[in-house]
Design a protein around this ligand. Structure first.
Ligand code: FAD
Length: 376
């Protein structure tokens, strides 16, 4: 007779790996199914680094989730005895009334978070290798920083397995059904049964929850690493992660981790794609030019010829806020998708929320603002 699991997790990337961990450590019998190799580079959770901050300009309602995420990242680091989170601080440079600077200030004041305010001049004196537009204000959040994205996914999978989760690579889920009590999940190699299902399918989510008609769109994004010519851009030199909110776009990046190259990417824009499995992996001339122009204006010590690049996918919800909820028809199916290019920092707390939803049908975390009902 086929094995019956407590929970099947469909998609073991960022969110799925944390969900497997949180379920397994509560003693649930878990099966994680991943269509590609584990920790692959075809979805949204790869490319060395992810920014993490709490003074959340996207919406202050995220802050309580971030406070819990910080606790869980620390716990994970302690359990493994490894560094996943470099507390470099993050600086946000933008117009004083722009969404990024003003939003960060608002979230910090509502939630009493430490956030320093600098003028363009004082920021340039503090980080002389960066250039700030003279009409910008700069917010510096000292408790923010960067996460080592692949190591985070790997750690969650490793701990999930330590607690007994079964995590299978190269298992493409081609369909699922629920009768409210159990779910049946079909892959190319067979059928699995469980009491509950968690769908964490990233850019492929709309195929897995097509019955809900949530209009998710997928954007192709490129990040690139450029050599350091002169100046201070290295993590050992206490350089923070950076975010420039400019009239023509939003650009961000991280201090150099390898001592030789610095990573930069554009958060705005992106090329819509129909099929997340078929993605152009090249760095297009227009993308390169926009990154080079930002480097020339704001980081003049960087060489404009990139050493390498990587493509990645944003899965956008209609309002750029996450979707984390139970399926409206099947209460034994939980869904987390539409992370809209800012979800990674939340990975462990989303894992905790999804474990709550899958095992108890409810969570104590404040996730109502991320519910599906807002699209009705
Ligand atoms: C370039 C870039 C930069 C970013 N920067 C930041 C940042 O600085 N800070 C931040 O917080 N966030 C950032 N994000 C966003 C963040 O990385 C994502 O929100 C997060 O990684 C999404 O995780 P996920 O689990 O939804 O998707 P994924 O990690 O892609 O996982 C989904 C998984 O489901 C699998 N899957 C899908 N369909 C099936 C199927 N049918 N069968 C089996 N498996 C399936 C996929 O193969 C994949 O492994 C960035 C994203 C990108 C692309």
């Amino acid at each position: 007779m086929a094995q019956v699991y407590d929970v099947i997790v469909l998609g073991v990337g960022g969110m799925g790996s944390a969900t497997c961990h949180h379920l397994a450590r509560r003693g649930a019998k878990v099966l994680g199914l991943e269509q590609f190799a584990l920790n692959h580079d075809r979805g949204s959770s790869h490319g060395e680094s992810r920014m993490i901050r709490q003074a959340y300009f996207e919406h202050p309602d995220y802050v309580p989730l971030l406070l819990r995420a910080y606790e869980l990242w620390s716990e994970l680091e302690q359990t493994l005895g490894q560094t996943l989170f470099y507390r470099t601080g993050v600086m946000i440079s933008g117009g004083p009334n722009g969404e990024a600077f003003a939003g960060a200030k608002l979230a910090a004041s509502l939630h009493h978070l430490p956030l320093e305010e600098l003028t363009a001049e004082s920021a340039a004196a503090r980080w002389p290798s960066f250039r700030f537009p003279s009409d910008h204000s700069v917010a510096f959040e000292p408790a923010a920083g960067l996460l080592l994205v692949e190591k985070c996914v790997q750690s969650h999978i490793e701990l999930a397995r330590r607690f007994g989760a079964e995590v299978r690579a190269n298992e493409n889920v081609c369909g699922w059904s629920s009768n409210g009590q159990t779910v049946a999940v079909k892959t190319q190699s067979g059928e699995f049964q469980a009491r509950s299902l968690v769908v964490t399918a990233g850019a492929w989510a709309s195929r897995c929850i097509s019955d809900l008609g949530v209009p998710l769109s997928v954007l192709r994004k490129v990040v690139a690493w450029f050599p350091i010519r002169t100046g201070e851009y290295r993590i050992e030199q206490k350089i923070p992660a950076y975010f420039f909110d400019l009239p023509h776009g939003r650009f961000y990046g991280f201090p150099s981790l390898d001592g030789k190259t610095i990573k930069i990417a554009e958060h705005s824009g992106g090329q819509p794609i129909d099929d997340p499995t078929v993605v152009d992996r090249s760095l297009l001339p227009v993308e390169l030019q926009r990154l080079q122009a930002t480097l020339a204006d704001h980081m003049p010590g960087i060489d404009p010829s990139p050493e390498r690049h990587s493509t990645c996918l944003y899965t956008m919800s209609p309002d750029s806020h996450f979707i984390v909820d139970l399926h409206p028809q099947w209460k034994n199916v939980a869904i987390a998708c539409g992370f809209s290019g800012h979800g990674f920092k939340f990975v462990p707390v989303i894992g905790e929320v999804l474990a709550d939803l899958a095992l108890n049908g409810r969570t104590e975390h404040s996730t109502q603002f991320l519910g599906l009902s807002r699209f009705q």
